[in-house]
Design a protein around this ligand. Sequence first.
Ligand code: F6R
Length: 608
Amino acid sequence: MCGIIGVVQKRGDVAPFLHQALKRLEYRGYDSVGVTTIADGRLHIKKEKGKIEEVHRKLNLDEMPGSMGIGHTRWATHGIPSMLNSHPHFDCSGKIAVVHNGVIDNFMELRAELREKGHKLQSETDTEVIPHLIEDFMRDGMDLVHAVRETTKRIQGTYAIVAMSTNAEENYLVCTRDGNPLVIGRKKDVSYVSSDIPAFLPMTNDMILLLDGEIASLSADGIKIEKISDESEVHRDSIRISWTADQAQKSGYPHFMLKEIHEQPDAIRNTLRLRSEVIREAAEIINSSERIFMLAMGTSGHAARAGRHMFSSIAGILPVFELASDFSDTVYGALSDKDCIIAITQSGETTDTISAVKYAKEHGAKIIAITNVVGSSITRLADHTILTQAGPEIGVAATKTFMVQLTSLALLALSVGELTGFADSRVIKTKREFLEKLPDIISDTISRNEEPARRLAGQIYDKPSLLFLGRGVSMATAEEGALKLKEIAYNHAEAYSAGESKHGPIALVQNDYPVIFVVPNDETRSRMIGNIMEMKARGALVISVISKDDKELESLSNHIFTIPWDIEPEFSTMAFIIPLQLFSYYMALRKGYDPDKPRNLAKSVTVL
Ligand code: F6R
């Protein structure tokens, strides 16, 4: 949520780099964009509402002088998307520039106080108090590092900040964080700081994490990190990232989302190669815990819901799933060191999930994290981390990260199953062999369903509302299918348990109302047929995702998507979600929307 970037180099203009880096961060927000550089002792500013390329066409973001600069792509929280509310924000003298990701909770009182002192604030944002506070401290004689340090003592909330000033004798950037991510990159004669790794991935694969409560100054010659509390210097090794810059490019696909759907077989393959000890250690924590909670949001929550079925059928334990945002309001502190949390978050930064994990930790619970981002906030809170191997996911709608979350949950359920002895060892072996075949299964499922998904979208794109029905583990598939459609094609889409559909939602159904049924060949199938008949009797347009050769369901449906392999029942979400991902993608295209940048959304949700 909001992408920030800063760069300082020995020579040459940084503007073209800032422009490209912001494009790589655009999945974090695209309400407005802004860049500020320093040259000839003054700030050069370009900022405007709109997506980066729209703004670039208007303002030419590549043409700005200066070998140091900062940039920001915004997901609006305080104040509408507008030029004035765009970052960077400045002090009264126009010498200090700041970009910020996060929320300053006490901004109202700080604004009042600053106005009282004569500061002129121009925007409606919470961020703007920061450069004005820095200005006051610098006026008292502090350098930028000390002024930013003192400013952090005045602001409450969450933040990642990068600041620069024309007052300094040499070029340097100052950055600090509390609750929002910042990573630092170094190359000879250049330093980078950003919200996320892809921003500077084409330049270096080595990154240094900045942690909460630390402040860093970056010059072209090097970086210095200190603790805010006692100014002691922090020495931290860099981490090598295996992601490649190519992975963060569209590589010939029209959209990241389509590319990432097609990358799912490889993402599964790489995740299956995780070291068995990593899975085993997590399984041991689960096996020795009395209660297991799964916490996540959005798509990761759907992975958790599907994961529950894997644990239940393979390991004989049923974890409690709770939306991370509601966890503390549900358990009322009734947690102990005998409890274990499985926290699932692809970004590792979702504030709802991080807050729930902190809460659980404070109450003694052990934390297992499943995340796709090395060094992310969740990894520093967790007792144990399973790092999924999807590579960078740029499309805002999660696809391949969902798939690898399911893959790691499957591996984990099998490992816990071995410990509990609930499932026969032959059953475990069969399921392991199935997982090995999964990359091919997913590959075939994508090829088989791409054209039917495009065709169906062409036929029903103008239907305003759809129902998605499933039972058992397919409920998770239905929920994820409905979420994808809502997110990128803006249809009203609701997922219901097919059993529950008769208790209310069926009232929506009349002639040609589309109802999507997720019907694997498992024990839910015969009851699902009953639900299809009920909906057909009321004129529904029946769209079914079914197993290959299911002639009976084919004859009951107006449209079908088929899964060309036999699927182990508790893993069915992995295959049955594919046609629904493709259907959402083609619905968005048919309706003229950009599936990579759905309105109002951002990839990493770092507000509560
Ligand atoms: C949906 C989507 C969101 C995220 C949710 C949690 O396509 O991407 O619903 O799943 O914001 O994000 P993470 O997994 O980063 O915690």
